[in-house]
Design a binder for this molecule. Structure first.
Ligand code: PLP
Length: 477
């Protein structure tokens, strides 16, 4: 089907029904990209085609994706960090099938789901002792929305503080604590009384908190955009200041939780004891949308404080039994496969393999990470200064794209740039990844950097064309 093919409408002959998803994919899978461009997101498909990322994806397993031609790709992106237990994990799938076959009485709405109680118990058993209740939601941003809304009611205050370059999701409340203009421009006005502070600046934070009108301060323990690890003492100091001025300390573990950084929660690296913690992404093994807001009993009980207020917050699908069954199986899988320790060990190995590249290539100015949250940063080389500056003038952070694109097209490694206009690439692979895969990744990176650092003419013109196309799609979307 081409982009111009008219869609069947009511009254036209209906598209033939397919007996199964498998039959539909077998027969029409090859049309999907054009159809997606027509009925879902034309600019996204255009962008994928411009950078050479358009593939007909056939299946996925563990840390690998396979296209319709049977080519295997190493998934260092991990669905933005939602596949900690590996893609299509057979034990999570078995738990889902079992829950379906049990015909559980989920979502009674005026009744409780036993599975929700068991998953909440499992999460709290792994969380700091300050946390005593769990509110289930269905996505990371919804967990953040719940934290913002309930935090206001619990404190009787309305202001919220967040970090410059922080990211907590894209609905309006979460966008109001988003410290990246690329996400917020065009969507204002955002919630009033929300102020940005700078990471590692405790004085700036205290100046805001001292007014004693701040309901909560929300942080990612390691910031996803740029993979910024705060200086030692910052998060502990921020928590102490929040306590001093009656502000709730909220740690967003949507990306960093469930073993990602070599601890079950990243907050354990600093011994934090927050009032609220949000989790999502890998919580259901990547199968079913789900998320949770873990709260201190004091915060929860100040909001849900009477029979009339027993249902002060919630949504129709949260908690639903498939998500809960997958969540319970995911916690078990993390324990049984030792994924937290594996993440810590393989994270060290990944640093060992990739840190030498910072000495070999002038353009690499750092390699860092915790567990399997990994990053490499680039900066202007002495040689090729001019070409670098041309690139950066057209589109800040374009060099990182010059690494990501050939990693995919020439080495079949999928990875991302860690935020708009940032010369940082970020890896969030499944925690089940094998050491051999990390070696393949490091060798591919070595080969790509060797070419990219020279900024050859062909690469420059590809980058400039891609940047122009993506800018056009951004302005016309
Ligand atoms: N919080 C953090 C730290 C995130 O990284 C993300 C998503 O990347 C979110 C919240 C939003 O999660 P979701 O995309 O499930 O809404």
């Amino acid at each position: 089907m081409s982009l111009a093919t008219p869609l069947p409408r009511s009254g036209d002959a209906a598209a033939p029904a397919h007996a199964s998803v498998g039959a539909l994919l077998a027969e029409r899978g090859h049309e999907a990209s054009d159809l997606y461009a027509q009925v879902v997101n034309p600019q996204f498909v255009r962008l994928l085609r411009t950078i050479g990322f358009d593939r007909q994806w056939a299946r996925a397993e563990g840390s690998h994706l396979f296209d319709a031609e049977g080519r295997r790709y190493l998934d260092m992106l991990g669905g933005f960090g939602m596949f900690n237990v590996g893609r299509n994990n057979p034990r999570i799938r078995a738990a889902l099938i079992e829950a379906l076959e049990l015909d559980t009485a989920g979502s009674v709405q005026l009744g409780v789901s036993p599975l929700a109680a068991f998953l909440a118990e499992g999460l709290l058993a792994r969380a700091p002792r300050t946390l005593g209740r769990v509110l289930f939601t269905s996505s990371g941003t919804e967990a953040v929305e719940a934290a913002l809304k309930l935090g206001r009611a619990a404190t009787g205050r309305s202001r919220v503080l967040f970090l410059d370059h922080g990211f907590h999701g894209l609905t309006l409340g979460s966008l109001s604590v988003n410290g990246n203009a690329d996400f917020t421009d065009r969507f204002g006005p955002l919630l009033p009384g929300f102020s940005r502070v700078h990471v590692n600046d405790l004085d700036g934070l205290e100046a805001e908190l001292r007014r004693e009108d701040v309901a909560l301060f929300i942080v990612e323990p390691i910031m996803g955009k740029g993979v910024v690890i705060p200086q030692d003492g910052y998060l502990e100091g921020a928590q102490a200041l929040c306590r001093k001025y009656g502000t709730l300390f909220v740690v967003d573990e949507v990306q960093t939780g469930l073993g990602r950084t070599g601890r079950f929660f990243a907050l354990e690296h600093w011994g934090l004891q927050p009032d609220i913690v949000t989790v999502a992404k890998s919580l259901s093994g990547g199968y079913v949308p789900t998320s949770a807001c873990l709260m201190s009993a004091a915060v929860y009980d100040r909001v849900f404080d009477s029979l009339e207020n027993a249902l002060s917050h919630g949504s129709t699908f949260a908690p639903n039994d498939l998500a809960m069954a997958a969540g319970i199986a995911t916690l078990r899988e993390i324990d049984e496969q030792g994924l937290v320790e594996r993440s810590a060990r393989l994270g060290e190995r990944l640093l060992e393999l990739t840190q030498p590249l910072a000495d070999r290539f002038e353009v690499v100015d750092g390699v860092w990470g915790k567990g399997l949250m990994w990053a490499m940063g680039f900066s202007e080389p002495d040689r090729r200064k001019l070409s670098w500056r041309v690139l950066e003038r057209v589109h800040a952070g374009l060099f990182a794209q010059l690494v990501v694109v050939p990693l995919f097209t020439d080495h079949q490694v999928l990875i991302q740039v860690a935020g708009h206009a940032q010369n940082v690439i970020k890896g969030l692979p499944p925690l089940t990844i094998e050491e051999a895969d990390l070696e393949h990744f490091a060798a591919s990176l070595d080969a790509v950097l060797g070419k990219a650092e020279r900024l050859p003419k062909a690469m420059m013109s590809f980058a400039l064309n891609a940047a122009r196309a993506s800018r056009r799609s951004a302005t016309t979307a």
